[in-house]
Design a protein around this ligand. Sequence first.
Ligand code: S3P
Length: 433
Amino acid sequence: MRGTIFLPGDKSIAHRAIILSALAGSKTVLKNIPFNEDSLATINAIRKLGIKIKLNKASCQAVVFGKKLFGLIKPGNPVFYIKESGTTFRLLLGILAGQDFKTKLHAGPILSRRPMLRVIKPLRLMGARISARRGRAQGAKREEYPPIIVEGGNLKGITYKIPVASAQVKGALLLAGLFARGQTKIIEPVKTRDHTERMLKLFKAKIKTKGNAITIAGGKCLVSPCRLYIPSDISSAAFFMVAASIVPDSEILIKNVSLNPGRLGLIKALKRMGGALKIEKSKLSSRNNEPMGDILVFSRRLRGIRIRKSDTPSLIDELPILMVAASLAKGVSVFENVGELRVKETDRVKSMLVNLTKMSANIKVVKSGAQENIIIKGVRELCGSRLSSFGDHRTAMSMTIAGLASRGKTSIDDLSCINKSFPNFLEVLNSLT
Ligand code: S3P
């Protein structure tokens, strides 16, 4: 694999940029906006709340004509259909909790099975009235799922310790905090990606971070930075970082990648595995208040690694592709506490176990008390096979890279799910091979 690539804008940053632009009292031009299904889900939801957004797909640009903080309006039909975008759904819950009108949120079949109590519970404490479909999660814990009815408004600030490490939950609560009386203080168990905090600072919100605690003042008007550049998505770059590491004789350069400190887990892991990755031209960009830079990757024989529980949030979306790398690494790799992977777009513990086993990898799931670990013993070679994406974009892209690095032919049943985050994935991949 050889060449230089430019990737679509970061999905996590895009959601936040669209939402905050809508709440700032003037126009914001968003550059390098990713035209994928998840970003479009956020765009459509925000449009439904009375915000005009002009899109230009050819130039990857969106212009958001923001209204003031309390300027969102009740849609004629207050029923939202969010499809499969978990980040849209959870962040929007935070926004809707702050509006004094009633809305209902529906999701697609997969997202309708993903847990929402983690966001609903603190929003209720802030004063929102929320009802959701009730059910039981694995382990028979009480859980709540879409569809969800939100009657918001008149929120009060709270101090809340988030029990699960989740940037979506943190983001939703900080957004709700914008509409609340007084201060909202959120404490994370482990630091997660801080896109919401950075973006709020860029839009001049009154927000402070100290250790794992973030405090935001409610009622403060946001100020648009006028133009905002969205760096390339490190979670999309991940597939190429691993591909270039495991396909012999590779050398690739990935340009303008977001290097948020909360998402550097894969780069750190590959380096610990003996991978050859170099970050170039790294700087904090004033155009988005995020660090970004270029990543140069060469192929290397990798060795096994232990991913600890505390490492997981910094590579949560990259675990499937890292499992592919571990399958071909020398020695044993251990992925501790992978339970959160069971509630992603698909059960990624299962999807990776089934697919990698079919390719003759040596992978098993081991229970250790309440915790689940994955253990992979590297093999010299993976064998091409007939695989399934399980309808999950990151499983699909991970298995495509595994197929590329294996002996024989690999086929994957359905790649349309890739449109969720990275519609031109195959085009970029083919440009390198
Ligand atoms: C995201 C946070 C993570 C990640 C998801 C995007 C975000 O989810 O898996 O793809 O943009 O905040 P969790 O907050 O559920 O860990």
